[in-house]
Design a protein around this ligand. Structure first.
Ligand code: ADE
Length: 420
């Protein structure tokens, strides 16, 4: 669905999208509060925002919130398989040009990124840094107008730090992913639940009793492992960083190198952010029927070209399930073309957790406008005030009250003389 190709046939699609956007909004009370304030105060008046994000019901609610604040918003997809076409159609009806079609090829994907940049943004919002890298490498004439950018995901932030280190970053960025109210919830509970959801929708497997190999024990790996364990799977962790590996051991998981895990696993899930994590040596020893899925940002974690080269036969067994038959007769099943399975085969993170991530995005957009020209060109953390405010609002929306320290307790914590 692109803003240019929108036609009558898309009207019923758009109606479905509107209802689903409404449904998600019920679970986004913090974004709701921000939208009401933005509508009254218009802090983004005259600001053009381009967002390269997964086109979901939750993203639609972020875009509508930015628009309520006075911004002109243009969107494109941040992954070729994550777009919900009904949402794209509804967004176009809401007056938000949305350049995204589920299943678009790489060429169209980059055409859509360029179309989103044609709006000459003051602010860029990325999920994976494709917009910010395109503007820096191919559309640098647009940089003079940019106030700043925000990045939603771990992979994007790694790319931004590399850009900055190489002296290539040309405008200030805010690392929204690194806010506590983002990664501790979205990356852990969001990816945990939606990854299991995507694999279940694609395959309808029973998790109980399965050997699930999780590659990567960052926040997303922790979430995926926790949920697989909760469903009765035997979880094996593969991790290169010793402290994380130790944590996984103490959480009660088996930890081993991938070459060993490859021999016993039923389901493999990559969440490392790196490339060729599962490769030919691993395919060589996997059991017949092994299922391979990725929930990291890019489709580089499973070496698909190597799998293609090894396969004697390939067929689509069902939606999002490709069967690869190897020379010795074993079949391996790749889900969702190795793209993030939680968005390809399911709907991504539930709205309740995106509420916090996108509250941070909306408040950071407002912060960048308020601090126009004052932010150093580097990757900034989300201001602590914003992070804490999102937590406070979320707790309030959930009906949870918490205590505050007494003056005496605050003094005690600030002093060093008094021990007992
Ligand atoms: N990333 C993961 N889940 C998402 C969702 N539901 N909407 C937007 N971005 C996401």
């Amino acid at each position: 669905m692109t803003s240019r190709n929108y036609d009558v046939k898309d009207m019923s699609l758009a109606a479905d999208g509107r209802l689903r956007i409404e449904w998600a909004y019920r679970e986004m009370p913090v974004v709701h509060l921000i939208r009401e304030r933005f509508a009254a105060e218009k802090p983004l008046k005259g600001i053009r925002i381009s967002g390269c994000l997964h086109i979901t019901t939750e993203t639609a609610n972020l875009a509508l919130t930015l628009k309520a604040g006075g911004a002109e918003v243009t969107l494109c997809a941040s992954n070729p398989l994550s777009t919900q076409d009904d949402v794209a159609a509804a967004l176009v009806e809401y007056g938000i040009p949305t350049n995204a079609i589920k299943g678009e090829d790489d060429n169209t994907y980059y055409q859509h990124i360029n179309a989103a940049l044609d709006s000459k943004p003051h602010i860029t919002i990325d999920d994976g840094a494709d917009l910010v890298t395109t503007i820096h490498t191919k559309r640098s004439d647009l940089i003079a107008d940019v106030i700043g950018g925000a990045e939603e995901t771990t992979t994007g932030i790694i790319r931004l730090h590399s850009m900055h280190k190489a002296g290539k970053l040309k405008y200030p960025m805010i690392a929204v992913n690194d806010a506590q109210t983002k990664h501790l919830f979205d990356n852990r509970y969001g990816t945990g639940q939606s990854t299991i959801d995507g694999i279940t929708r694609a395959t309808n497997i029973l998790w109980a009793g399965k050997k699930v190999v999780v590659c990567g024990y960052g926040w997303t790996g922790r979430g995926v492992s926790m949920r697989a364990k909760g469903l009765g799977s035997h979880v094996i962790i593969v991790e290169v960083e010793p402290v994380r590996a130790l944590e996984a051991v103490m959480e009660g998981y088996q930890v081993m190198p991938l070459l060993e895990a490859a021999k016993v696993g039923d389901i493999f899930i990559t969440v490392t952010g790196d490339k060729s994590v599962i490769d030919e040596p691993h395919f060589n020893v996997m059991k017949d029927g092994a299922i391979l899925a990725n929930s990291g940002h890019f489709n580089a974690e499973i070496d698909i070209p190597a799998l293609e080269a090894m396969a004697k036969k390939k067929r689509t067994i069902r939606g999002f399930v490709e069967e690869y038959t190897l020379a010795d007769g074993r079949c391996l099943f790749l889900l969702g073309e190795g793209r993030l399975i939680n968005l390809a085969a399911a709907e991504g993170h539930p709205a309740s957790v995106m509420d916090m991530s996108f509250a941070n995005q909306a408040l950071c957009a407002e912060y960048m406008v308020k601090n126009k020209g004052k932010l150093e060109i580097k990757v900034h953390p989300v201001p602590e005030k914003i992070d804490k405010e999102v937590a406070r609002l979320k707790l309030r929306a959930m009906g949870v009250a918490i205590d505050t320290l007494t003056e005496e307790q605050q003094k005690y914590l600030a002093s060093w003389e008094e021990g007992t």
